[in-house]
Design a protein around this ligand. Structure first.
Ligand code: CU
Length: 171
């Protein structure tokens, strides 16, 4: 085997082996402490009927996390202008492993008040409802003892202000 061919074979072998070792290594790791930083935010969008007509259905009837300022309500000086907004956790989905100790630091950016709790995959209340206000930082902690979706929920703005934390089972 000439030298160039040997180098090519080695590169191909490494390309296969390195990801394989990485995956195997990741699966055999023990549970970890994971720390997420989330913001409680309200994202907004506004337009005028010059570009898009107002929605036929009032968005506030679709989710208590939605807000709507109809034409004429938003701005008396711009009667065609309207605005929608939606409350959410950033991020709305996260992945952990079963057994991980989870710490979530939340910061209130928008909205005066959020009532936040955590539910286990079986629907059990894992972290009791806690009032969280704008401009303050809060920390909640729980251990993911089972696999499945843990739900971080704001009772004021659910179901859209929900963050799904998926605990994947051990390999
Ligand atoms: Cu909220």
């Amino acid at each position: 085997m000439n030298r160039l061919r040997l180098v090519k074979v080695l590169i191909v072998a490494m390309a296969i082996l390195i990801p394989a070792l990485w995956i195997t290594g990741a699966q055999s790791q023990d549970a970890e402490d994971v720390h997420f930083f989330l913001n409680m935010v309200e994202i907004k969008g506004s337009t005028s009927t010059d570009t898009l007509t107002a929605p036929e259905i009032d968005p506030t009837t679709l989710s208590q996390g939605y807000r709507y300022k109809a034409p004429g309500v938003l701005d008396a000086n711009a009667p065609n202008k309207w605005e929608v907004s939606s409350y959410m956790f950033s991020d709305a989905s996260m992945v952990i492993r079963k057994g991980d100790k989870v710490k979530v630091t939340l910061f209130g950016v928008n909205g005066d008040e959020h009532l936040v709790y955590v539910q286990s995959p079986t629907g059990e209340m894992l972290v009791e409802t806690q009032q969280m206000n704008r401009g303050r930082e809060y920390v909640i902690e729980f251990e993911a003892e089972e696999a499945g979706y843990y739900k971080l929920v704001c009772a004021n703005h659910a179901p859209t202000m929900t963050s799904n934390i998926l605990a994947v089972p051990d390999a």
